[in-house]
Design a protein around this ligand. Structure first.
Ligand code: ME8
Length: 638
């Protein structure tokens, strides 16, 4: 049997999963299921990236050893994939000893082939991206994530990346499909043409990593370690090279440059394809744990269901491009495409077969050729789209076929045919019911990789007893719905969702899930501020005043003695520490803000009946608060 090997990135464990990660993993799962339907023996690998400074610091921050921390978070990732029904065949943790050995083997092979040397490095390092930023100067931010870089000096092992510039360019040229989509391929080519510097692949400054064999303090650079997961996860299974690495576009360089160069240096076969999908955006920004603008999958699972989320992500966003997530769009699509579209077609078709044909699939003759042609065209196009990871286009085409069936039902009006005394009415009724049920059957098969659970339910409602999992693409051809098959019990597969309460519920659950993940990661909220209530604020009586007179206070360089009109019968006496910033002349006639109900206090023998409001900056002179528009004396500030 032909094998197909697909991978997702292995995710960092300094955060718990959000739907950006879910997006990639669900897409990989859909591809895996589609390939399985084509008859391939498929393996999907995912895992967790557990080494490196970022993780070491995250563990430290919560008072755990890196290993204890990694154990907890890796389990969370695994549990999440199983809750979401994503079938991961190999889940590899980079702390797995079999992986450690494999990374060391990669090193030995590169060393033996002359691509590794020892050197020393001083430069800027971005801990968050786990990346040396060659061009950065001390104090510069990381060009990728804008966080400050840190200066490091280390004796390191270097990988001769510079030796691979021409080889990589020749490879990209010879295999135009290796890096996809084309925009990403062009980006990589431009990067490599710009010249490649050698890459430091070991660290002595951190402990949490795979040891470089026989090299004391050296541990491997986290990407040298992480990329090797793809091979170590299937070590000894005869599955390498991978058919496709599915990744997000921000890590294309690590895969299409570093990883390919490592493999070339080690003389190991290269993956057949690297596909970089786009970003899921939320509130117009990339959804990311560092920005905190994230949405988690579990609340959606509980309200809309996993299948609704899978369908939405693959239908709404053009794979390879960025796309926005919103709860409104999610529920909107669910209701229009699943509850009303597919769900409705399934339910009306099965209900009519029950009603008019005693629940038995009727004879299949006399179906108009254009219906059959529409189905055949859709079968071809949807498969071609899925093969090219054009999920959105494929699903759109499939929904086109569903509308052909809907339109046919409306035109034929089975409810009228059932009552008609025309001689051809029974045959036309049979043809209508068969055609719509056959479209449902075909759509169910094509959709199985996207919505495995719902399609299995529809499959059994159509009366099939075998597992949907065993269905193969050759069963897509028109006319394979067995005449006389007894259909199952119809039940709503996609019940309509009431948008407002559903969205409120998801938001509410999101807050709970955020708190749960925080507890898991040991993240403590910043200590609560000492907030005051609005009533507390209302106790402070702030009023507009106008300075009537101002004079220096003898023996006090900083103080001015002011008379201020705040709309009361007599002006207030206020002593203010503003003499260094304002001359007495500059103060006369000026409108200021004063705290009018401050308890009086004596300064240099003068009773100050309030306080003047100013911005007081560390080491700088005070600046009085004032107004850009004219305000009446005595007005209260609220
Ligand atoms: O980069 N939209 O791990 P990571 C779409 N450990 N996909 C997103 C996304 C978003 N907003 N946010 C994250 C790492 N992803 C390394 C990988 S591989 C040998 C090592 C997905 O936890 C996307 O697939 O930061 C991206 O590439 C991946 O999560 C990054 O996960």
């Amino acid at each position: 049997m032909n094998k197909f090997y697909i991978t997702t990135p292995i995710y960092y464990i300094n955060a718990a999963p959000h739907i950006g990660h879910t997006y990639c993993t669900m897409a990989a799962d859909a591809i895996a299921r589609f390939k399985k339907m084509q008859g391939f023996e498929v393996v999907l690998t995912s895992g967790t990236d557990e080494h490196g400074q970022k993780i070491e610091r995250a563990a430290q921050a919560v008072g755990k050893t890196p290993q204890a921390f990694a154990d907890i978070i890796a389990a969370e990732w695994q549990a999440q994939w199983s809750r979401l029904g994503v079938r991961i065949d190999r889940f590899l943790r980079t702390t797995d000893p079999k992986h450690e050995k494999k990374v060391q083997e990669l090193f030995q092979r590169c060393l033996a082939n002359g691509y590794i040397y020892k050197g020393s490095y001083t430069g800027q390092y971005c801990v968050s991206c786990e990346l040396y930023v060659n061009e950065a100067k001390p104090g510069d931010p990381c060009p990728d994530c804008a966080r400050p870089t840190e200066t490091v000096t280390e004796e390191n092992f270097f990988f001769k990346l510079s030796a691979f510039q021409d080889k990589l360019l020749a490879l990209y040229e010879a295999q135009p499909d290796l890096i996809q989509p084309t925009a990403r391929r062009n980006e990589v080519i431009a990067f490599v043409k710009g010249g490649l510097s050698d890459l430091s692949i070991s660290r002595t400054s951190i402990k949490w990593g795979i040891p470089v064999p026989d090299q004391g303090k050296h541990v491997f650079y986290v990407w040298f370690d992480a990329l090797m997961t793809y091979m170590s996860a299937v070590d000894g299974e005869g599955r390498w090279p991978a058919d496709v690495h599915l990744i997000g576009k921000e890590i294309i360089r690590f895969h299409a440059v570093y990883w390919l160069a490592f493999l070339l240096a080690a003389d190991w076969p290269l993956p057949k394809k690297i596909y970089a999908h786009g970003w899921l955006m939320f509130e117009e920004d990339k959804m990311s744990k560092s920005k905190g603008n994230i949405v988690r999958a579990d609340p959606i699972r509980e309200v809309v269901g996993v299948e609704g989320l899978r369908y939405f992500l693959l239908r709404e966003i053009v794979f390879g491009q960025d796309g926005s997530f919103s709860y409104d769009a999610l529920v909107g699509r669910y209701n229009s495409d699943l509850a009303n579209g597919l769900g409705n077609l399934v339910s009306r078709t099965l209900t009519m077969i029950n009603q008019y044909r005693g629940g038995l699939i009727p004879a299949a003759s006399g179906i108009p050729e254009d219906i059959v042609t529409a189905a055949k065209t859709a079968i071809e196009s949807v498969q071609a789209n899925f093969e090219a990871y054009e999920f959105s286009k494929g699903l759109e085409t499939l929904w086109g076929l569903l509308s052909v069936a809907d339109k046919f039902i409306v035109e034929q009006a089975p409810w009228k045919l059932a009552k008609s005394t025309d001689a051809d009415a029974p045959a036309r009724l049979d043809a209508t019911l068969y055609a719509s049920a056959e479209v449902v059957r075909i759509a169910t098969i094509l959709l199985a990789p996207v919505m495995p659970v719902s399609t299995a339910a529809i499959w059994s409602q159509l009366g099939f007893t075998g597992s949907m999992e065993d269905v193969r693409v050759d069963q897509l051809a028109w006319g394979q719905l067995p005449v006389g098959q007894k259909i199952g019990i119809p039940a709503a597969v996609f019940p309509r969702i009431d948008a407002k309460p559903a969205i409120d519920k998801m938001r509410e659950l999101e807050i709970i899930e955020t708190a749960r993940q925080k507890t898991l990661l040991g993240i403590k909220d910043a200590p609560a501020k000492d907030y005051i209530s609005i009533d507390d604020f209302a106790k402070v009586e702030l009023r507009v005043g106008q300075v009537l007179s101002a004079e220096p206070v003898k023996g006090a360089d900083k103080l001015l003695h002011l008379k201020i009109d705040i709309g009361e019968p007599t002006p207030r006496t206020i002593v203010a520490g503003i003499a260094e910033a304002y001359t007495p002349e500059a103060m006369i006639g000026r409108k200021v803000v004063i705290v009018a109900n401050l308890a009086p206090r004596k300064l240099r023998g003068i009773e100050s009946q309030g306080m003047i409001v100013a911005a007081s900056l560390e080491g700088a002179k005070p600046t009085l608060a004032g107004f850009l528009e004219d305000v009446p004396v005595g007005a209260r500030l609220k």
